[in-house]
Design a protein around this ligand. Structure first.
Ligand SMILES: [Zn+2]
Length: 301
């Protein structure tokens, strides 16, 4: 059976930042991730070029850059079923809360960035819990609960190739950039869960990790990427904590975190590479996620 195929969704008009993946079994085909509705045409073209009509639309989590096109694709492929974490499922059936929650982050830019979101008939949704499998015929995708980036987040392991589709669990690592940036959005980001999920993925000993943002971790070894992802999560925590001793203003804190992050990279990235990373998870959004997480933790203790 063949390697999965990567389709570049060209999200926000940029190449190499958000992918989705075609996984073919002997009987059924899955599309893992859908991208947002705003980049649907690229996904449909990618599917046509690959000569497939998906039987399964499988998403790691319900954020708009991963699942925003699921409802629209479900209209295009009326036989397809949608597979999603049990906690995320109600929000694909009725995306109104998902949309208004994202609007708190993206404000007036919602329509331009995401292009809307179509609801999915609940009868077509299969909810998955940890360890559940999608059988494609001689090939299975196993759902691995990997919270942290969000509470509802699955990694999917392909038993034929040993590839793990890690969604946002590893953060963002663009193929041509090769640096891991954490993906820590509000309101659900949790540092301890995120680190535990990276360790869990490592313990599965995947042959490769395919990140939604973006593509295979190769040629960097899986272990090294896991180490880098954990180290980055810890560094950002330190930067946010330190900046907060001087200011309560999110924009001020985010600007300081950006400065520290770019110093840490030692000018290794071009402004163009940083711009593309900003499109997937910005300094401001990541900082906001940490602030929410740290406040929640302080309240709980
Ligand atoms: Zn996400």
């Amino acid at each position: 059976m063949d390697q999965p195929t990567l389709i570049d969704t060209q999200m926000h008009g940029r190449a190499g930042i958000t992918g989705c993946f075609v996984v073919r079994g002997s009987e059924l085909t899955a599309l893992v991730e859908t991208g947002p509705k705003s980049s649907l045409d690229h996904v449909l073209k990618g599917l046509a070029d690959a000569g497939v009509e998906p039987d399964w639309l499988v998403v790691t989590h319900i954020h708009l850059d991963h699942a925003g096109a699921a409802g629209t694709l479900a209209h295009h492929f009326p036989e397809a079923r949608v597979a999603v974490h049990e906690v995320g499922a109600p929000h694909l059936a009725d995306p109104s809360k998902l949309w208004s929650s994202a609007a708190r982050i993206y404000g007036d830019e919602m329509d331009e960035l995401w292009g809307g979101i179509d609801p999915i008939d609940p009868g077509r949704i299969t909810t998955l819990a940890d360890g559940d499998e999608i059988d494609l015929g001689g090939r299975k995708l196993t759902a691995i609960d990997t919270p942290g980036h969000a509470r509802h987040h699955h990694t999917y392991l392909d038993d034929v190739t040993g590839i793990a589709f890690t969604g946002d669990a590893m953060g963002v690592r663009l193929e041509d950039v090769g640096v891991v940036r954490p993906a820590t959005p509000p309101p659900e980001f949790d540092l301890e869960d995120g680190i535990a999920s990276i360790e869990r993925i490592r313990s599965l000993r995947p042959t490769e990790m395919w990140l939604t943002h973006f593509g295979s971790q190769k040629p960097q070894p899986v272990d090294e990427v896991c180490d880098e992802a954990i180290a980055a999560l810890r560094s950002w925590e330190g930067w946010v904590k330190e900046a907060r001793t001087r200011s309560d203003d999110l924009d001020v804190i985010a600007a300081e975190v950006q400065k520290r992050a770019e110093e840490d990279l030692g000018g290794r990235l071009t402004p163009e590479a940083i711009d593309r990373m900003e499109q997937t998870t910005s300094y401001r959004m990541n900082t906001w996620g940490y602030v929410r997480y740290l406040d929640r933790k302080a309240k709980a203790s």
